[in-house]
Design a protein around this ligand. Structure first.
Ligand code: ADP
Length: 337
């Protein structure tokens, strides 16, 4: 799915790797977070210690992995990458932690999905750079303390609220990443176009920027499809894209003017057509589209709220007038003709 912020194929992973900014300076937008991180890294450097643990919160595709890499790169530190779903047992985490070298940056993506037992081990590791390892089984089991090399944990989550408080509290700093505005997305696209060798004008860039859900990952993905389109239509003479080419390419891939993806559209049409625009509870909405409510709340809803299609009320989610217009439906109360 072209506008799924999470889906990443092998080819896309390689492409993303090449496009990732390597320094805070190259990183576009998120100026608040950039300033905060810069201060934290510089302070650690002056005191010759490992930087505090950092939690990065925000929807997929906004640059959390990229920032973790930058934290390591700027400090000249090695980086270890892992993810919550890969840490199913405390032992999985113990194996990672005990093999870290001094000053290493440990990135745990989707940290809210880690096993409970591992979470508890992480508390002590973050606080004291120490873990307790259980040796033996049953009545004879004893716990043996193990000192760890000092490290910096960079955790990523789609929403800070998904983490238990004791874990959240152990991060020295939580960065909340925001969706990117048009100008920022144009900068991301301009850089990527240069790297792709695509000749594209400002109008065309702006059109892509308006359809990528405020998300650099999607911006880059749409740009690749536009590049393909431009290449094919030039007969291989060289990729040049204008507004017309962008519109044609994105129409071909069903990316609408707001950049809504299949799940966004499913949520919106159910809210509008089945529930007459709401209010409807988050869980009901999630069940109706066959998704987990966590996904709806952390991944789908923030963007729909931001572009003014949904409002959150104490009684549930309500479709805004703009939603009826976008889907070409007449606004009406349920049961009223
Ligand atoms: P996340 O970990 O939040 O899902 P990533 O860090 O993997 O997101 O970023 C996805 C893609 O978007 C990467 O290819 C990256 O190069 C690009 N990207 C993200 N943020 C920025 C940014 N601020 N400036 C330039 N490119 C960015």
């Amino acid at each position: 799915d072209l506008t799924d912020p999470e889906l990443a194929s092998e080819a896309e992973l390689a492409f993303e790797g090449a496009l990732r900014p390597k320094s805070l300076q190259e990183f576009v937008g998120q100026s608040k977070v950039r300033g905060q991180l810069q201060l934290l890294l510089t302070a650690a450097q002056l005191q010759q210690r490992t930087p505090d643990h950092i939690l990065l919160a925000g929807p997929p595709g906004l640059g959390k992995t990229t920032l973790a890499m930058i934290v390591a790169h700027e400090g000249g530190r090695p980086l270890r990458m892992s993810s919550g779903p890969a840490i199913q047992h405390a032992g999985d985490l113990a194996a990672i932690l005990s093999s870290l070298v001094p000053g290493e940056v440990l990135f745990i993506d989707e940290i809210h999905r880690m096993a409970r037992s591992a979470e508890e081990m992480l508390y002590l590791a973050m606080e004291d750079f120490r873990i307790d390892i259980m040796v033996g089984k049953g009545a004879g089991a004893t716990s043996v303390p193990l000192d760890l090399a000092p490290f910096t944990l960079v955790g990523a989550t789609t929403r800070a609220g998904l983490l238990p408080n004791p874990l959240r509290d152990r991060f020295g700093f939580t960065a909340h990443l925001e969706f990117y505005d048009r100008g920022e997305l144009e900068q991301v696209l301009e850089r990527a176009a240069r790297m792709l060798g695509l000749d594209i004008d400002g109008e065309a860039l702006a059109e892509i920027a308006g359809r990528c859900r405020g998300t650099p990952r999607i911006a880059n993905r749409l740009l690749r499809r536009v590049r393909d389109y431009a290449l094919v239509h030039s007969g291989g003479a060289g990729a040049r894209a204008d507004l017309e080419a962008v519109r044609a390419a994105l129409e071909l891939y069903d990316v609408d003017a707001l950049g809504l993806d299949r799940l966004d559209r499913a949520v919106m049409t159910i809210l509008l057509e089945r529930f007459g625009g709401g209010p409807v509870g988050l869980n009901t909405l999630a069940v109706s589209v066959g998704e987990e409510s966590e996904t709806i709340e952390a991944v789908v809803e923030p963007f729909l709220v931001r572009i003014g299609l949904i409002t959150r009320t104490p009684r549930g989610r309500v479709a805004a007038p703009a939603a009826w217009r976008h889907f070409g439906l007449a606004e009406h109360a349920p049961g009223v003709e």
